[in-house]
Write a protein that binds this ligand. Structure first.
Ligand code: CTP
Length: 396
């Protein structure tokens, strides 16, 4: 696999050297394209030494008359890390005024951008709008870490560790997910999936919208990664991977009991299920009749259901990991951070259901939110989201 690393004029340019080594250790061939500004931080000779001469800066001072086209054609993925605010803006606008930006336009392979800059530059509405444009075009934006920045400020803008960038990139690339590397061999994973149904009487019920597709994709990715998987699922019309053990349940309380049993022997719980938060206090036997049972039908007293994620999160042993999902109508990442703490989870997969057609869709746009980092993924098919999640979990 050929990875083209783009380096821009940022103090974190030196980390690109480590990034190159990290890709090479994973068996990739690496070429480098730098902006002129990047050469003020790290000399092109350094990158040439690391890549057997495969580092270029100029569109013109080269034996190759059209270097941007050759570079683009050879690349299986292009990764701009670090990416300055200026280059984010240029790429969002399609400006091609040097070798790096011309190559980006000529690339048809997946593009990954790891922005790194001062916190105010990163949070500036212009930068955020540019990143949004890039995401909407399928560019994978690897969110910066928050921390102490070179400028002395504290906040988001730090280039993530090179190893993390290379893992995220490789996990996203087709056929290169950590799942295929058996990263979870020997691990036992519990997945809760689908909706729960809470009976009003023998024919009526209250439920949530959930197709089970994401739970199925996660189960498959975990199995591919070598894990043994138990899926505790509410009623769905899709089929789970035949290699998974499937425990079928109806209500939240049944799901909680089955999940707790499976979790006592598991290493990781991934709670994807759309559990009904409340259930009718009373499930009537038979069928309530209009007229005779109007009182019971028109006023259903609801009582809270157990929160399965929260129970597992607060009961987990130190060697266990608990992952939850947060479907939010706006401000998904902020809500996810709050849920992380409240439910005792190690990781929350956040998605904004107001911005997209999620339910039953084959695609999803999510962020992975942990205590210390947020990784935003571009909109992508659910199996790809699942593989990226499993790759992240495999890192521990
Ligand atoms: N969850 C659960 N049991 C519940 C409710 C939710 O296990 N009774 C899990 C879901 O599987 C998901 C996560 O909790 O992993 C988030 O669910 P969500 O509905 O977004 O959160 P709530 O706790 O219901 O909070 P709110 O409705 O206030 O957003």
């Amino acid at each position: 696999m050929n990875i083209l690393v783009g380096v821009t004029g940022c103090i974190a340019a030196y980390k690109a050297c480590e990034l190159i080594r990290s890709f090479q250790k994973a068996g990739c061939d690496v070429s480098v394209v730098m902006t002129q500004a990047a050469t003020r931080f790290v000399g092109v000779e350094t990158f040439r030494a690391l890549t057997q001469g495969q580092a270029k800066v100029s569109l013109f001072d080269d034996a190759d008359p059209i270097p941007h086209i050759s570079l683009a054609e050879q690349a299986d993925a292009m990764v701009i890390a670090p990416c300055t605010a200026d280059v984010c803006a240029k790429v969002a606008c399609g400006i091609a005024d040097d070798l790096l930006t011309s190559t980006v336009l000529a690339c048809t392979c997946p593009l990954f951008i790891a922005p790194a800059m001062n916190v105010h530059m990163y949070e500036n509405a212009a930068t955020q709008a540019n990143l949004e444009v890039l995401r909407s075009r399928g560019v994978h934006v690897i969110a910066p870490d928050a921390g102490y920045l070179a400028c002395g400020e504290v906040g988001a803008g730090k280039l993530p560790a090179p190893e993390r960038i290379s893992r995220a990139v490789l996990a996203c690339l087709d056929g290169r997910s950590e799942a295929s590397e058996q990263a979870l061999a020997g691990k036992r994973i519990l997945v809760t999936s689908g909706p729960t149904v809470e009976p009003i009487d023998d024919v009526r019920f209250i439920s949530n919208r959930s197709s089970g597709k994401m739970g199925a994709a996660i189960a498959a990715a975990a199995l591919d990664a070598g894990a043994s998987v138990t899926v505790v699922s509410g009623p769905v019309s899709i089929a789970y991977d035949a290699r998974a053990e499937v425990v079928s349940v109806q209500t939240a309380r049944e799901m909680r009991d089955a999940a707790c049993t499976a979790f006592s022997n598991a290493d990781i719980a991934i709670c994807v299920a759309a559990v009904a938060d409340y259930r009718p206090e009373r499930a009537h036997a038979g069928k309530l009749k209009k007229g005779a049972d109007d009182d019971a039908l028109s006023c259903i007293r609801m009582v809270p259901n157990p929160d399965i994620l929260s129970e597992l999160g607060h009961a987990k042993r130190p060697d266990q990991m608990v992952v939850g999902f947060a479907a939010e109508a706006g401000e998904a990442e902020a809500h996810a951070r709050e849920k992380l703490a409240r439910k005792g989870a190690d990781l929350i997969v956040a998605n904004d259901v107001s911005a997209q057609d999620v339910f039953g869709s084959d695609e999803d746009e999510v962020s992975f939110v942990s205590e210390h980092a947020i990784t935003r993924l571009a909109r992508m098919p659910k199996p790809e989201v699942a593989r990226a999640l499993i790759a992240l979990i495999a890192k521990g």
